[in-house]
Design a protein around this ligand. Structure first.
Ligand SMILES: *[C@@H]1O[C@H](CO)[C@@H](O)[C@H](O)[C@H]1NC(C)=O
Ligand SMILES: *[C@@H]1O[C@H](CO)[C@@H](O)[C@H](O)[C@H]1NC(C)=O
Ligand SMILES: *[C@@H]1O[C@H](CO)[C@@H](O)[C@H](O)[C@H]1NC(C)=O
Length: 485
C-alpha cells in the first residue's frame, strides 16, 4: 500500500489542508526574511511516508506489469502537416537559444540532475524514467503519463533524447550564473521567468489534477464551452471575480485589499477557496465550468505561475491579468487589449476598478477582448496543439544533443502496461479519460521559424506600448475622479 504511488493521492488530499496551513506559516516566515531560497519552499519532501520515494509502479487493471516486447506499429510518414502551428510555438526557439551555438552536452544534461525530480530518456521510440525525487502531489506521474500519450499519438516519430525534469513551481537555472562561455544546465519544468534558462513544458493539469478533482484539459475545455453558452456576457455579474487560495503568495494577499467592503467597492468580488470543504465534497464547489458567471475574471500568480490561467481565460469574460512575473509555454504570445486587460501589480485596486468601469461603459469592446482571449485558449491551446508543442519542443531539443542517449541503469521502462491506477478512483478515471487510444491520423503542425531579433523586439515593444496605453487611461480616469471631488 505504502509502496504504491497512486495510493498516496487519497492520503495527500487529507494532508492538503495541512499543507495549506504549513504553506501559510512558511510564507509568513519566508517573506519576513529578505531573501528566500527556492529549495526550502518545496513542500514535496517533507513526509516520506506520504510521498514515498518510488518509481512509477502501476498497471492497468490486473494485467502483467511488464511492457510488451513488441513495438507498437509504426504510424504515419515523417512529414509535418501543412497546418501551421500557433504563434506561441516560436518561443521554443527562444527557450533553446542558450544552447543553439554550443549544442547540449552530456554535462549540460547531467549537471541539472541535482535539481531534477526525474530523468526521461527516449531510445528507439521507447520511454524510460529514472526517478530521483517524488514531486509534490501527482505532478510527475501525470507528466510522465502525458509523455506516454504523446508517444502513442505519434509512434516512432520521437527522436532519441535524454532530459531532466523538475515539477516544482519556481525556475532555478539563473541566467546570471551562466554568463560568458559556460553553457547552462538543461532543465525542463512548467514555468520560468525572464531571469532564468529553464525550459518550459506543458504542466500536469492537461492530463488532470487528481488532488483537486480538476479533470483532463480536453474534457474541461468542452465543459467550459458548454458553460459559456449558459450565461451570455451581458447577463453576467458586472464585477471582477476571483476564487483561489490567497495565502500562497504576497501578491495574492495584496489582492485581498481590493475586495468589496463596507467602506469601499473596487468592483472586485473575491472568494477564498475552502480546501477542506472542497476535498470532502470532492471539490464540487470549485467546478471550473460553473465559474464563468462574471463579466471580468482576475488572474493573479501564486507561488509561481498558476495553472488557473487557462481556465480563467477560457470563460469568455474579459481577463484582468495582474502582470505576472512567471510565464508558462503559451501565454507569451498573448497581447494586452487584444486577449486580456493588463493590471499593474502595484496599483491593483485602482486598476481593477477602472477596468470594470471601462468594460461596463464599453461593453462591446470588453466582450470582444473576453472572446478573443477565450478563442485563443479554445483554438490555439486545444489538446492537439499541446501534444504538437511537446512534439516540436522535444524534437528541437534532441537536435541540439551532442551525445547519443542511452538508457541509464536505474531507469524503468514507461508504457501503458506499467501504469496501474486501481488504487485510486479519481486517478484511474483521469488516466483513462486522458488516454490516447490510437495514433493520430494527421501529422503534427509545421513549426514557425524563430523570431528575428528585430521582430522579437518589435513584438515585445508592441505589448509594452499597449500596456502603457491602458495605464495612461487608468491614470487619467483617477485624475478625473480627483477633480470631481
Ligand atoms: C507494484 O504494485 C504491485 C501491486 O499494485 C505490488 O504487488 C508490487 O510489489 C509493487 N512493486 C514495487 C516495486 O513496489
Ligand atoms: C470578499 O467580500 C465578500 C463580501 O463581503 C465576502 O463574502 C468574501 O468572503 C470576501 N472574500 C475574501 C477572500 O475574504
Ligand atoms: C512604442 O512607443 C514608442 C514611444 O512612444 C514608439 O517609438 C514605438 O514605435 C512604439 N512601438 C510600437 C511597436 O508601437
Amino acid at each position: 500500500m505504502i509502496n504504491c504511488i497512486f495510493c498516496s493521492t487519497l492520503a495527500s488530499i487529507y494532508v492538503l489542508n495541512f499543507f495549506i496551513l504549513t504553506f501559510n506559516i512558511f510564507f509568513i516566515l519566508v517573506f519576513s526574511s529578505k531573501f528566500f531560497s527556492y529549495q526550502n519552499s518545496s513542500p514535496n519532501t517533507k513526509n516520506p511516508r506520504i510521498f514515498p520515494k518510488i518509481l512509477v509502479n502501476c498497471t492497468i487493471g490486473s494485467m502483467a506489469q511488464a511492457c510488451p516486447a513488441n513495438h507498437p506499429a509504426t504510424s504515419v510518414t515523417g512529414k509535418l502537416s501543412a497546418e501551421a502551428c500557433p504563434e506561441y510555438f516560436r518561443w521554443i526557439h527562444e527557450d533553446l537559444r542558450p544552447w543553439k551555438r554550443t549544442g547540449i552536452s552530456r554535462f549540460a544534461v547531467e549537471s541539472a540532475k541535482g535539481d531534477a525530480d526525474f530523468r526521461l530518456v527516449i531510445v528507439n521510440g521507447k520511454a524510460y524514467v529514472e526517478q530521483y525525487k517524488k514531486s509534490f502531489q501527482t505532478r510527475d506521474l501525470f507528466t510522465m503519463w502525458g509523455i506516454l500519450q504523446l508517444l502513442k499519438l505519434y509512434p516512432n516519430r520521437l527522436p532519441d533524447l535524454d532530459l531532466m525534469f523538475q515539477c516544482d513551481d519556481r525556475p532555478v537555472i539563473q541566467k546570471r550564473d551562466y554568463r560568458g562561455f559556460r553553457s547552462p544546465p538543461a532543465l525542463f519544468r512548467y514555468s520560468k521567468d525572464d531571469l532564468t534558462y529553464d525550459i518550459v513544458f506543458p504542466d500536469w493539469t492537461f492530463w488532470g489534477w487528481a488532488e483537486t478533482n480538476v479533470k483532463p484539459w480536453r474534457s474541461i475545455l468542452e465543459e467550459i464551452k458548454e458553460g459559456n453558452k449558459r450565461i451570455e456576457w451581458r447577463d453576467r455579474v458586472p464585477y471582477a471575480y476571483w476564487r483561489g487560495s490567497p495565502y500562497v503568495a504576497p501578491t495574492r494577499v495584496d489582492l485581498l485589499k481590493c475586495n468589496v467592503s463596507e467602506r469601499e467597492d473596487w468592483n472586485v468580488r473575491l472568494y477564498s477557496q475552502n480546501w477542506e470543504k472542497g476535498s470532502n465534497g470532492g471539490f464540487k464547489n470549485s467546478n471550473l465550468a460553473d465559474q464563468c458567471t462574471h463579466r471580468y475574471k482576475i488572474y493573479v500568480e501564486g507561488w509561481g505561475w498558476s495553472v488557473s490561467e487557462k481556465y480563467i481565460l477560457a470563460c469568455d469574460s474579459m481577463t484582468l491579468l495582474i502582470k505576472p512575473y512567471h510565464h508558462d509555454f503559451f501565454t507569451r504570445s498573448m497581447v494586452p487589449l487584444l486577449h486580456y486587460w493588463p493590471i499593474r501589480p502595484r496599483n491593483k485596486c485602482r486598476d481593477l476598478k477602472f477596468a470594470v468601469e471601462w468594460g461596463n461603459t464599453h461593453p462591446e469592446k470588453a466582450q470582444e477582448i473576453g472572446k478573443a482571449g477565450s478563442n485563443f485558449i479554445h483554438e490555439e491551446l486545444k489538446m492537439d496543439f499541446v501534444y504538437d508543442y511537446m512534439f516540436h519542443l522535444l524534437n528541437e531539443y534532441s537536435k541540439l544533443l551532442k551525445f547519443k542517449p542511452a538508457v541509464p541503469p536505474g531507469a524503468v521502462e514507461l508504457c501503458l502496461e506499467t501504469v496501474d491506477c486501481s488504487a485510486d478512483v479519481v486517478l484511474q478515471k483521469f488516466v483513462m479519460e486522458s488516454m490516447v487510444t490510437s495514433p493520430s491520423d494527421s501529422a503534427p503542425c509545421s513549426m514557425p521559424p524563430p523570431y528575428s531579433p528585430e521582430a522579437l523586439r518589435a513584438f515585445l515593444n508592441k505589448k509594452e506600448n499597449l500596456t502603457r496605453q491602458v495605464e495612461m487611461w487608468g491614470d487619467a480616469y483617477w485624475e478625473n475622479q480627483k477633480k470631481q471631488l
